[in-house]
Design a protein around this ligand. Sequence first.
Ligand code: FES
Ligand SMILES: [Fe+2]
Length: 442
Amino acid sequence: MPDFNHLIQEDRVHRDLYTDENIFKEEMRKIFGAVWVYLAHESQIPENDDYIMSKLGLRPIIVTRDSGGTLRALYNRCTHRGATVCRKEQGSTKAFACPYHGWTFLNSGKLSGVPWPEGYADDFSDAKFNLAQVPRVQSYRGFIFGTLNLDAPSLEDYLGPARTPVDQWLDRHPGGKVAISNANRLKFSGNWKLAYDNSADGYHVIFSHRSLLAMENRLLTEDEKGMAFYKDKPDEAPMYVQYFGNGHHFKDKRPNIENRPGALWEIEGPHPGMEGYEEDLRARLGDKADRVLDIASSEPVNINIFPNLLILGNHIQVLQPVSMTETDTTWYGTAVIDEDNELEGAVDDVNAIRMRTQEGFPNFGEVDDLMNFEQIQEGLAAEEDEWVYMHRGLGVEGRITTDENGVITGPATDEVFMREYMKEYKRLMLSEPELKIEREVT
Ligand code: FES
Ligand SMILES: [Fe+2]
């Protein structure tokens, strides 16, 4: 095993973290197996018998709400000869019939039948023939996580102080919830951690996303839309980065924006058709339009739940390692559900604008980031140049504070969140978790 105490130092990490196949393999066990990993959202499987495919690290998973209503994460791996039993992304079914030889499993994972059983000497009552499943599956306000580690803390404790911004992000919507809408699927040729390193990085914004900022502000004399608050001196602005423990970090840009109805909508970047929606909503709703338009606007936060769930703007982004140098990054839109008509009949308009915000950052900003990740992966091929520095803010007096709950806060461009999550990464890579699967008892 590599020496993680050498590879992860206070101010820098070694290139091996991004280029060593053995380390990647260990991560799939010690991280994407041993901590709570985001699998799916409850709104994607609202009814009993609904299912959606997912991954736990590289393990193919079917997240089901079984016929009795229990959330499960079944291994998509036939107990006969190993074929996937489910090959359709999402749907509703009481049973999965393996396409290879027709063994059939209930959506609880139990084997329900094999063709021509008289050809077998056993009666299949042994639980070893039921699909493997993730022993701990739990949801936090709709977000479903799973872990193979029986010693992991409760999901609530794992999320810890990160629950506060997640709660706030949900609570600004009617009924305190959202539904996941469809996805914008992107990928990059690079290690998954490059995206996680970047997810609270306020240092790169003004340089990497310059063309997006220019596009958002091209008709104005003053830059004021989108991420324009990063210009000049971002460290003196009231926004900040935070580290919550357990690898979770946060960038909060809300303090940069006035706390009044309409303020969020005023900085929203251009999207196709938004002027028409605005005009119509203002005519229909009068004074109430500002509040409704704010719900359509992107929330200026990045809430990063280690290792694979990023909640930002109106979207959630899921990081999925494919190989050491390949990562899927899927952006899901989120829709408002307005059961009590808090939006004065404007819920469809709000959701239409929210879908259009998918055409903003996820298309015109994310590509800048993905290019950076791919170019880092290329740069790191230079073997003898070993270190990656993440020491911005380190040793600068008065820059970083720690509160009584251990939450660490620094200015927007600080790399403190990266150094701290790397400490947790090191702790996990040095641990020896015991991973378990479960099978339904027959
Ligand atoms: S591999 Fe599934 S039935 Fe044979
Ligand atoms: Fe970025």
